[in-house]
Design a protein around this ligand. Structure first.
Ligand code: F3S
Length: 244
């Protein structure tokens, strides 16, 4: 048995349109269909020009991040059955629109790269080829290590809306991920990268990032740890590191 759902989809082609509009489509829905399946149906049956990103279809790649009925979510993870009769879809905020739901992630990646998202061990590679962590040291990274870089937290954070240089929750959480890593020895450099008016202290603890994370990670707590350590460094207090 299928039912019909109405999709209202944000459409905008900067090369042709003066402003955006919403296009409406009626999609037959069967059990198990996701919002991404609905978009695929629209693209196949009604308009092959509809632009959006997707890849894995199972919440791993983070490509299909968008705004669905008032919340930032991954389209492949939202069952149509859990939504009402109308499905309204908008692109992620704070990023330029390339076309329709397809946004330019360049600022997101620039900020991500700016925090040096890789291990800086400060000594030559060990002969064994491995840098060992204890289980507790690894567990300390649980609340941040599974980030899939979908950008939902970035879009949901209001600070990114009025400070385009703000590093944002994903980059800051990643900075803390390496700051807390027992194998990393670049504490001062890492804190200097997130200091300043567009860094961790710019976060107003709004919790939107924590609420929308599809992996149930906690960017807010990670940023709070950076804040604590920034204050400690100003007061020449020993870094606490473990705080998430
Ligand atoms: Fe934004 Fe998250 Fe901070 S939503 S203000 S980065 S707690």
């Amino acid at each position: 048995m299928s039912s019909i759902k109405k999709f209202k989809v944000f459409r905008f082609d900067p090369e042709k349109d003066k402003s955006y509009h919403f296009a409406e489509y009626e999609v037959p829905v069967v059990a198990g269909m996701t919002v991404l399946d609905g978009l695929n149906y629209i693209q196949e049956k009604f308009d092959g020009n509809l632009a959006y990103r997707s890849s894995c279809r199972e919440g791993v790649c983070g490509s299909c991040a968008m705004h669905i009925n008032g919340k930032y979510r991954l389209a492949c993870e939202v069952q149509l059955a859990e939504l009402g009769g109308l499905v309204t879809i908008r692109p992620m905020a704070h990023l330029d629109i390339i076309k329709d739901l397809y946004v330019d992630m360049t600022p997101f990646w620039q900020k991500y790269k700016a925090v040096k998202p890789y291990l800086i061990p400060g000594d030559p590679d060990p002969q064994s080829g491995e840098r060992i962590q204890t289980q507790d040291e690894r567990k300390n990274l649980d609340k941040v290590v599974d980030c899939i870089l979908c950008g939902l937290c970035y879009a949901s954070c209001a600070v990114n809306g009025y400070d385009e240089k703000y590093l944002g929750p994903a980059a800051l959480a990643k900075a803390n991920r390496f700051f807390m890593d027992s194998r990393d020895k670049a504490d001062e450099e890492r804190l200097s990268l997130v200091a300043g008016e567009h860094g961790a202290m710019r976060c107003h603890t709004m919790f939107n990032c924590q609420e929308v994370c599809p992996k149930e990670l906690d960017p807010t707590a990670n940023i709070a740890n950076l804040k604590r350590n920034l204050v400690a460094s100003q007061m020449s207090v020993k870094f606490t590191k473990k705080g998430v």
